[in-house]
Ligand binder design. Structure first.
Ligand code: CMC
Length: 432
């Protein structure tokens, strides 16, 4: 517990009164000032838009050092995991707190296969979405609907764990079916003969008339990309999952809200925006300068997508791995994608620009992933869905952790009210 490691005290002086607050230190030396008694003792609240300085919880899941570009899940370096693990091992690690043994991994893979089908009645949902419906919109609606198809989730640990397994397995089927719906092809069912990522690729790319030949290089790349996305401590969507969960809402409702939060272009939706931005540069003759100038213009709301991060002030370690995966996949497939050249040119241009240097803006995880997904055959509107599939175990692990935290309370920030003070009601006839 964080509270057991008090390392100092901070004094706050207001007028002639002094208030003392404890400072705690986490295992990686991050220090946190405990202001839980602040309002009760002083009447003050903290003002921190975007929660830039606010620690909303203590967590033992993911460590991230934005200055040094370090990311670890449960203590393991992201590079180690991406190179050596399958995605489901990382999902197990995040949720159970340790890597599975061989037998546990086999059992988990079997369980995921057992729960991979969607209730037949859920398939009717897909029929009624309009053509071009975004897979993220479909997924968030379908995930929240799971609670009506599988209503048994209650407070019992084993039922929560069943709900988590169902979600991790079924989200892939939902993603693949929403793709099939968008291209007007029949659904391809999951197969218990395939692994998690094989199933995902097969359900998306096979058809009743043509088998999909699984390429181990692409399966490995899929595993790696999902691992890169699997958790990222208290980002916007994870905070939403915790916030919704803190009200007592069930796991499905909480995850559905997380999917909605992830869809935004400043968050997971950035991978789709990156691809559209690169396409636009290509359509205009490959001139990256114009895009960089637009991103720097204070009068233009445009931002260079796939660049910048709230926490990383150095190269995002996930982006490094994603770039390597991208070049590896393109090389293996013998694809010479002009968008990769544009992306590399754009990166080089931005990294040498005073504006980006001063603000410590580097490529983030979304910068290179889209080019890989495209090489695999995914359409652009599936990119954020793939991010969501990857992030799901992290959301679930954070949701469990929150529920097991004795300090957890319903999430309810305060505000500094700046509207009108009390007004007298004016009848409509007298209003001017
Ligand atoms: N292009 C141009 N300028 C930028 C960018 C960018 N991509 N990102 C930040 N800045 C500027 C920003 O205008 C501000 O400048 P100034 O100090 O002159 O006002 C300064 O850098 C600090 O930016 P901020 O908005 O205060 O930073 P933030 O921590 O609130 O925002 C961010 C983080 C990721 C939302 C932002 O960098 C951004 O909008 N990036 C583009 C969208 C993107 O790629 N998102 C994916 C994030 S990684 C995947 C994920 O986890 O979701």
């Amino acid at each position: 517990m964080l509270e057991n490691n008090k390392v100092a005290t901070a004094d706050l002086v207001i007028g002639d009164k002094k208030f003392s607050y404890p400072i705690y230190e986490g295992t990686e030396k991050e220090r946190a000032l405990d202001i839980r008694k602040l309002r009760a003792e002083t009447g003050l609240i903290t003002y921190d838009p975007g929660f830039v300085n606010t620690g909303s919880c203590e967590s033992a899941i993911t460590f991230l050092d934005g200055e040094q570009g370090i990311l670890r899940y449960r203590g393991y370096d992201i590079l180690d995991l991406a190179e050596n693990c399958e995605f489901i091992e990382v999902a197990y690690l995040l949720i159970q707190g340790r890597l599975p043994t061989k037998a546990e991994r086999q059992r988990y893979a079997r369980l995921l296969n057992q729960h991979s089908m969607l209730h037949e009645d859920m398939q009717g949902f897909f029929r009624n979405y309009p053509e071009g419906a975004h897979p993220m919109a479909i997924a968030s609606a379908m995930v929240v609907s799971l609670s009506s198809f599988y209503p048994e989730i209650a407070d019992r640990e084993e039922e929560k764990s069943l709900a988590a397994t169902r979600l991790i397995s079924k989200i892939r089927t939902m993603a693949a079916f929403s793709y099939k719906k968008s291209v007007g092809e029949p659904f391809v069912y999951p197969s218990s003969k395939l692994t998690y990522c094989e199933n995902l690729l097969n359900m998306v790319f096979a058809s009743p008339v043509a088998d999909y030949k699984l390429d181990p290089v692409l399966v490995k790349a899929m595993n790696q990309l999902l691992i890169l996305h699997a958790d990222h401590e208290q980002n916007a969507s994870t905070s939403v999952v915790r916030m919704v969960g803190s009200t007592g809402a069930n796991l499905y409702a909480s995850i559905s809200a997380g999917i909605s939060a992830l869809s935004g272009p400043l968050h997971g939706g950035a991978n789709q925006e990156v691809m559209e931005m690169l396409e636009e540069i290509r359509a205009h003759g490959g001139d990256v300068d114009k895009m960089v100038e637009r991103a720097k213009d204070p009068n233009d709301s445009f931002r260079l997508f796939g660049f910048g991060h709230r926490v990383y002030k150095s190269y995002d370690p996930r982006a490094k791995i994603a770039k390597k995966v991208c070049t590896g996949v393109l090389e293996k497939l013998g694809i010479n994608d002009p968008l990769l050249d544009i992306a590399m040119k754009l990166e080089e241009r931005a990294l040498n620009d005073e504006y980006f240097i001063k603000r410590k803006l580097y490529p983030n995880v979304d910068f290179y992933t889209g080019i890989t997904y495209r090489a695999m055959g995914f359409p652009t509107n599936m990119f954020t869905m793939l991010f969501a599939i990857g992030r799901l175990p992290g959301w679930i692990a954070q949701w469990y952790e929150m529920h097991n935290d004795p300090n957890q309370k319903i999430g309810r920030p305060r505000q500094a009210y700046c509207g009108p003070t009390q007004l007298r009601y004016v009848p409509i006839e007298q209003r001017t």
